[in-house]
Design a protein around this ligand. Sequence first.
Ligand SMILES: C[S@@+](CC[C@H](N)C(=O)[O-])C[C@H]1O[C@@H](n2cnc3c(N)ncnc32)[C@H](O)[C@@H]1O
Length: 267
Amino acid sequence: MDYIHGYSHQEQERLLQQAEYLREKLILKDLDYQAGESLLEIGCGAGAVLGILGQAFPSLKLAGIDLEEKQIEYATNHLKTLNFANVDLRIGDAANLPWQDNQFNYVYAIWFMEHLNNPQQVLAEAKRVLRPGGTITLTETDYRTILISPESADYRYLMDTLCELLLQAQGNPYIGQSLGTLLNQTGFNEISNQPISFHYANSLNSQELQDFIEYVDSWLAPTINLAIARLGKDPQRLNAGLNWFRSIPERDNGAVSVTIYRAIATG
Ligand SMILES: C[S@@+](CC[C@H](N)C(=O)[O-])C[C@H]1O[C@@H](n2cnc3c(N)ncnc32)[C@H](O)[C@@H]1O
């Protein structure tokens, strides 16, 4: 796998900040987990989302898996700091889960399916470890949909490049729309696949707009060097696109919107 965000300490801290920023409006949105039940996060990274789920549902039994040892090390420390004992964290591939059948009431994944070249295999494994009637919740950003006003050709070049990077790494920047189809093909039931949209405008709430721009900037800016190295993209245009994006909050007519998809199904 050719994971585009990497595993630096800075990136792990970014995952924590991202989860905090989107805690209520996305990560916990409409969740209704029952006390004492068990949840597995696949692609749990630095444990940022597991921490938030554990705080919101303190009696959930938590488990997580990530391919990368550094992520699991970080997640172990992070969850200890939050006083969660006994989180079952494993290093491993979500396409080959090290748990027996019917172990979990819930499977959760966010900003994970977009990185996979084998989403169906991963979903088949999720279904295997999910108890019959348990739910899976998948959440993915559609990277075509981060729209700005006023528009800029350089910004569009930057976002098209981001999508190309994900595709070249054998991921899928548009997977949000297909989550329901993939769940259907894997034999899940009671499937929903809905967009969750956010829109921020300077004229409505300048602070919210600024916060959103800073959030996107935190993961977008580090992809520029990768795009130059891997795809030979034009550094000047990429940086002009980023600078334009950063200038949106200073513009009276500045606005940005995004669509994130959530799919829910039962096993
Ligand atoms: C963007 S991070 C998201 C982490 C976490 N969901 C969050 O929101 O903070 C994606 C993670 O998926 C992991 N990953 C990618 N492919 C994987 C696979 N096949 N099995 C397990 N983890 C994988 C990466 O190592 C990375 O840590």
